[in-house]
Design a binder for this molecule. Structure first.
Ligand SMILES: [Zn+2]
Length: 428
């Protein structure tokens, strides 16, 4: 008994000291100072040498080269490196297995693999992803798990399943077990109900896919906006009505649009500029499609069918991108990745950036599309998208200049998300 008491007593001061340390840590969050380096801050302004970025807790506290001397600050040298905001991918499907062994697609395997996918994103410097079509409840569960601090990876936002009409886009993947990828509804009030369900399940945005009528699309946008949720619309597709989907979505006032199928002409593009609608062109997806990568899944996704029936070719796609850019449309980066891209997401992301370049953007504009423009498109630019005092501390350190070589973007030396080093050295 005496020994037992002695052990307890011996432990007490140590435990007390431990509590004191914990309390102290709670009062003063971890500080990291990025010393040196060339800042490309995401806003499109000129690069700045040695900005002196002080991170405190989860946020950027200040940009000032003399902040390093504050006690308890960890200094990371960025000499000879480039510092940028964490990147975005606004069109992902981390839960979606387009093709592959079905036995590897039950809910548990799917969720575990999705977490790995989000970690892979961090490894290429992408710290925020927007999932615009997630399987059943899994997208919502991933988000809740991550927000509760139980799961890592790039910051995950989700629309949950796509909202469409009966037989609309997204439902072709679920002939036997609806709803898997898309929830189907018809008429304005049924569609409003689907939007309300998504809101109840804590969707971050609404993803809608054609072919909705004007009345139906207006109902979706109106309902989502009542709850301050953004709507992004898949444009184009293989149904006759899909050809009108650009015009219908823009008329209804969606917040952003996905893909680069024909939108409907100059008056639609003009209206997009006036309404400030962002475009996630997914050029890399179209390159794959026009290369007949998906033709085995559906005849209507062959390059020949798309050209003949939708007037969608490489040339028309690039011409429309240039027309939009010249008109003042704002673009953001999205890859349309799915499970098969998990290990090669660096190449897919880079393909998207290179396609932007081929279409006429310079590297500075591409970096903006991958950072601040993307944050704006999500309505998160108060919090993310640039290296600005007060914003969340998502940063990447590169060993080469991305203004010279855009491929430098996806091979970061160091990734910081919410003020923590998450890649590529020792995880903390
Ligand atoms: Zn997609």
């Amino acid at each position: 008994m005496r020994n037992f008491l002695a052990v307890i007593l011996a432990c007490l001061p140590a435990a007390g000291a431990g509590l004191a340390v914990a309390a102290q840590q709670a009062e003063s969050p971890a500080r990291i100072f990025i010393d040196g380096g060339m800042l490309i801050d995401g806003s499109g302004s000129e690069p700045e040498e040695n900005p002196g970025i002080l991170i405190e807790g989860e946020r950027i506290r200040s940009l000032s080269s003399d902040a390093a001397s504050e006690p308890g600050t960890e200094v990371i040298s960025a000499d000879g490196k480039w510092v940028l905001p964490g990147l975005f991918d606004l069109h992902v499907h981390v839960t979606f297995m387009l093709d592959g062994p079905r036995r590897l697609d039950d809910d548990i395997v799917n969720a575990i693999r999705s977490e790995r996918f989000l970690e892979r994103y961090q490894e290429i410097g992408v710290t925020t992803v927007r999932d615009v079509g997630a399987r059943e409840w899994i997208g919502y569960s991933l988000k809740r798990t991550q927000r509760a601090g139980l799961m890592g990876g790039a910051r995950y936002y989700t629309s949950g399943p796509i909202i469409t009409v009966t037989g609309g886009h997204g439902s072709e993947f679920q002939p036997l077990h609806p709803p898997l990828w898309a929830v189907e509804a018809d008429g304005p009030w049924e569609l409003r109900e689907r939007v309300r369900e998504a809101i109840k399940l804590e969707a971050d945005l609404i993803k809608v896919a054609p072919f909705l009528t004007q009345e139906e699309m207006a109902a979706v946008v109106d309902e989502a906006h009542i709850y301050h949720l953004r709507v992004t619309a898949h444009i184009g597709g293989t149904h006759d009505l899909d050809k009108q989907s650009g015009r219908i979505a823009v008329e209804a006032g969606v917040d952003s649009t996905e893909h680069m199928y024909p939108y409907g002409g100059p008056d639609v593009i003009k209206a997009m500029v006036e309404k400030g609608i962002y475009v996630i062109p997914t050029l890399g997806f179209h390159l794959r499609e026009l290369n007949d990568e998906y033709a085995a899944n559906a005849e209507k996704q062959s390059a020949g069918w798309l050209s003949e029936n939708l007037g969608h070719t490489y040339e028309t796609m690039m011409a429309q991108f240039r027309e939009m850019k010249a008109a003042g449309v704002r673009f953001a980066v999205g890859t349309d990745s799915n499970v098969k891209d998990l290990e090669t997401i660096d190449k897919l992301y880079l393909q998207e950036l290179q396609a932007f370049r081929t279409a006429g953007m310079n590297n500075g504009e591409i970096i903006q599309a991958a950072t601040l423009r993307a944050a704006e498109a999500m309505g998160l630019d108060d919090e993310l998208g640039s290296i600005t005092a007060g914003k969340r501390a998502d940063l990447i350190l590169l060993s080469a200049d991305p203004l010279q070589d855009i491929s430098a973007l996806v091979y970061p030396e160091l990734v910081i998300q919410d003020g923590k080093v998450v890649c590529c050295g020792q995880r903390r």
